[in-house]
Design a protein around this ligand. Structure first.
Ligand SMILES: Cc1ncc(C[n+]2csc(CCOP(=O)(O)OP(=O)(O)O)c2C)c(N)n1
Ligand SMILES: [Mg+2]
Length: 284
């Protein structure tokens, strides 16, 4: 049975706590972009993907590509929260040889489909996977999460053209549009609006939603493909650093190095939120 919106909110809160658990192991990382995207990642894994632990390498599996690889803490936390990897793997974050390095490594962690981190490659890789799945007669779907600061990379638009040309309607791209990138607001660094109009011009079906609102995310996931015969682009308006009030919406959240007190305050806030959601789920 599909989880309720409330259960998904609880799962995402638990995943945020796991991001903070990695920071307890090593107090530095790309936290802001992980937390803007984590509601999307949680909902995609929990409601849309067909995945089991023994099936993580099955040829006909659904695939998740984190094109903006620096958001890796979100994927690691969700893989652990959903039970696809053991949670204690997260405690090696920051150590040499860790299976959860700063950018995802497909040779180290099951569930990671490609080594990303150099921005602009995930969509083209996903196109190959989606086309390959179709040629193999599999019903696999491919989900991509990109950043809005990643969009200026030209290779994305080669991928966008390929996906539309091949009518890859089992491919869905979520743009984590938090309005910020590494050095400032995306509109100042390299404006790419209207993102929807650009994907639309390439032949995609597009929609926009609040990417930190579970009800909206689930509604769109249930509707995919947005238009049969077209790949889907979902422009998800989010808040960078969502879930840690002291860094929400700040450029500084991009690579956060919290003091012990800042980390403790973030953990306390997150655990309060989790307890509140647990009570609501129990009462529902
Ligand atoms: C090809 C490439 N150029 C530059 C970088 C450096 N870089 C890392 S994160 C980042 C900003 C990405 O912004 P966005 O996609 O909006 O992600 P967010 O910061 O919002 O998580 C940049 C430019 C990179 N990783 N790859
Ligand atoms: Mg961004």
């Amino acid at each position: 049975m599909s989880p309720s919106v409330l259960e998904l909110e609880l799962a995402a809160s638990r995943a945020r706590r796991l991001v903070l658990r990695m920071l307890e192991a090593h107090p530095a990382g790309h936290v802001g972009g992980a937390l803007s995207a984590i509601d999307l990642v949680e909902a995609i894994y929990r409601t849309a993907m067909r995945l089991t632990v023994p099936g993580l390498a099955a040829p006909d599996r659904d695939r998740f590509l984190l094109s903006a690889g620096h958001k890796a803490l979100a994927q690691y936390a969700v893989l652990a929260e959903t039970g696809l990897i053991p949670t204690d793997v997260l405690d090696s974050y920051g150590r040499t040889g860790s299976a959860v390095p700063g950018h995802p490594d497909m040779h180290k962690l099951p569930g990671v489909e490609a080594n990303t981190g150099a921005l602009g490659h995930g969509l083209a890789i996903a196109c190959g996977m989606a086309l390959g799945a179709r040629l193999s007669g599999f019903g696999s779907r491919v989900f991509v999460v990109m950043g809005d600061g990643e969009l200026p990379e030209g290779s994305n638009w080669e991928g966008a053209a390929i996906a539309a040309h091949h009518r890859l309607d089992h491919l869905a791209v979520f743009v984590d549009a938090n309005g910020l990138q590494i050095s400032g607001p995306t509109r100042e660094v390299m404006g790419m609006e209207s993102i929807s109009a650009k994907f639309d011009a390439f032949g995609w079906a597009t929609t926009e939603l609040d990417g930190n609102d579970m009800a909206s995310i689930v509604r769109v996931l249930d509707e995919l493909p947005l238009t049969p015969g077209r790949p889907s682009a979902i422009i998800a308006r989010t808040v960078k650093g969502r879930g840690i009030p002291s860094i929400e919406g700040t450029v500084a959240s991009h690579y956060w190095k919290p003091s012990a007190a800042e980390l403790a305050a973030a953990i306390e806030y997150c655990e309060d939120t989790t307890r509140r959601l647990e009570a609501l789920v129990a009462a529902s």
